[in-house]
Design a protein around this ligand. Sequence first.
Ligand SMILES: C[S@@+](CC[C@H](N)C(=O)[O-])C[C@H]1O[C@@H](n2cnc3c(N)ncnc32)[C@H](O)[C@@H]1O
Length: 275
Amino acid sequence: MAAADVRALIASSGLPVLEARVLLGHALQVNRAWLIAHDTDPLTDEQVSAYQQLAERRRAGEPVAYLLGEKEFMGHTFRVTPSVLIPRADTEVLVETALADLQGKTRPAVLDMGTGSGAIAVSLALARPDADVIATDVSADALAVAQKNAISLGARVRCAQGSWFDALNSAGVPAVYDVIVSNPPYISSSDAHLDQGDLRFEPRQALTDFRDGLEAVRIIVAGAKQYLNVGGSLWLEHGWDQAAAVRELLVAAGFQRVSSRRDLSDIERISGGYL
Ligand SMILES: C[S@@+](CC[C@H](N)C(=O)[O-])C[C@H]1O[C@@H](n2cnc3c(N)ncnc32)[C@H](O)[C@@H]1O
């Protein structure tokens, strides 16, 4: 094979240029500026092979974030593995909404249920270092990733394993919270998207409740009141067509000032209310 260079590898990869560049940078452990400055330098067989393996996996559909092992969220770099959902930019609205509710509260207690990579909990703890942030998940593997992210990003987050509110049986966690947030699995088990694109590679239990998509929301809404301070809030991320149903559940459970927030695509994707 003729000696390959950066330019040739990117052109022949069958991937969008931006993705090819990111994967090649990762394989060579160099940044974009290096790739541009050295685009006709010959690469070693090892470098070419490292890149081609990544490109092959990408062509087979594996998400770029899993190939890189990281994803940006709220300006922080989170480690991600196939045990956790890849954090989505839309979820930043949930973090910003929670932060707005924490304004004026000193040393608030915050609960992130179904933390996955810890993206929400760690971002909240970094923005509010005085907060006591508890992150839960049913998946021990996910919690291990969240814990690593908290440590590497210098966030004070305590992790507790268990199904929804059962995780709070661990000793030492607050009995009540100022804000509870969750981005629970909300895709219906019958949704064909589960077998398409990046979702095929993400943990099933992070995506679907294996029912109609609202089962986890029902559990969280029904249980949250018992764990909220008076005036405390609950905010949930949900699907593009679930806002009205989630608001209805919140109102039925006795929440006040129930409302929804729009995501970056102007769709109601977060709903919540106050006790
Ligand atoms: C949509 S992902 C959200 C991950 C992360 N919070 C984020 O926004 O990127 C849902 C998370 O809920 C967790 N989960 C699923 N069932 C659960 C249960 N019964 N109790 C607690 N967590 C659960 C999954 O393991 C997954 O990490």
